[in-house]
Design a protein around this ligand. Structure first.
Ligand code: FES
Ligand SMILES: [Fe+2]
Length: 359
């Protein structure tokens, strides 16, 4: 919750949701220096395993080295800038550019340049290692940040790990993945995620078994964590999705309640008795974004059924945000007063976002 006594206010102008200039600024000043979920540790199990991702418009590679450590690089050959790898897979012992076959080892060092003696007689290989990116792991989620000098992931997360209660998603496998597209600015979905006020109304059916009057939420620096209990513990069994079971390691509080959290600026987390979900809202354009969902649950859980359960409220959220986006086409669009407590997290989000964009 905000500490100031002033009422919360919507601090961003309409252009922040529609304008190319805002989009470009956010990509450059915010996302190109942000930590984003790019994989699960299970995707990078062996030496040479790699994933590629684009963070803030910056193409990246995360690869597991022969020594077992994870390394991040810009997905850019130091010769003519070719994207070295695509998708995910195993690179073997080296990363070779397909254009002119410059070869880098998994430590990012340039090892082979074809026709080097004749064509590049003065080339200093050590000056052309792959550009580094930052990598971190939290609870089975692999994060990457294009900035090699980024604040380390755990330092950036600060108090957030303590805010997810007894959940330890790193103990659970990913049982479902999905990419959803939404015709709205990414910030609308973040604002919706931290808006307590809409739970009673937009989700009157999909989240009817939760006691919104007992919703607790805390601003943890730039991040945000929350918890709300079921209206009655008796509902716990009724809401179980078929083919799955309660997460074994969580405590009673988390068995009878749900959490929704935000890793600033755009990684949404949601947890209940059966699953832990990360869903980053990735900007695609000023009025377009993508949600990258990963659901973790006990091994053998029915991932499709859990995904359906999650989509019962996510689809409502996307629909609402797309309708706000459409309304924003009007030059008369404006936002009125915000709820004193239930929409206060939106103001905090705006304050932290604006602080990044003045860098
Ligand atoms: S661009 Fe990679 S070897 Fe030429
Ligand atoms: Fe919602």
């Amino acid at each position: 919750m905000r500490s100031t006594a002033s009422p919360p206010a919507f601090l961003l102008p309409r252009e922040a949701y529609c304008g190319d200039e805002w989009f470009e600024r956010e990509q450059r000043l915010l996302f190109a220096h942000s930590w984003q979920v790019v994989a699960s540790v299970d995707d990078l199990a062996s030496g040479g395993d790699y994933v590629t991702a684009t963070v803030g418009g910056v193409p990246l590679i995360v690869v597991r080295g022969d020594d077992g450590g994870l390394r991040g690089y810009h997905n850019m050959c130091r010769h003519r800038g070719m994207a070295l790898l695509e998708g995910c897979g195993n690179a073997g012992g080296a990363i070779t550019c397909f254009y002119h076959e410059w070869r880098y080892d998994l430590d990012g060092e340039l090892r082979v340049v074809p026709q080097r003696k004749a064509q590049f007689p003065d080339l200093d290989l050590t000056a052309h290692s792959l550009l580094e990116a930052s990598v971190g792991v939290w609870e089975g989620m692999v994060f990457a940040n294009p900035d090699p000098l980024a604040v380390p992931l755990m330092e950036e997360l600060g108090e957030l790990p303590a805010g997810i209660g007894s959940h330890r998603p790193g103990l659970l496998p990913v049982v479902a993945r999905a990419d959803l597209s939404a015709r709205c600015n990414w910030k609308l979905l973040v604002e919706n995620h931290i808006d307590v006020y809409h739970l009673w109304y937009l989700h009157k059916r999909s989240l009817a078994d939760l006691d919104h009057t007992k919703f607790e939420h805390t601003q943890l620096g730039r991040h945000w964590a929350s918890y709300e209990p079921l209206r009655s513990p008796d509902l716990a069994t009724a809401r179980l999705v078929r083919g799955t079971r309660v997460i074994g390691h969580i405590d009673e509080r988390d068995r009878f309640g749900v959490g929704a959290h935000l890793i600033f600026p755009n990684v949404l987390l949601a947890a209940n008795a059966e699953f832990f979900m990360s869903y980053a809202v990735v900007p695609v354009g000023p009025a377009e974004c993508r949600m990258e969902l990963r659901i973790r649950a006990e091994a053998g859980a029915d991932g499709d059924a859990l995904l359906d359960a999650a989509r019962s409220f996510i689809d409502e959220d996307i629909h609402a945000c797309e309708r706000i986006q459409a309304a924003m086409a009007s030059p008369w669009f404006e936002v009125g007063p915000l709820a004193r407590e239930h929409e206060a997290p939106i103001t905090a989000f705006h304050e932290h976002l604006l602080a990044e964009l003045v860098r």
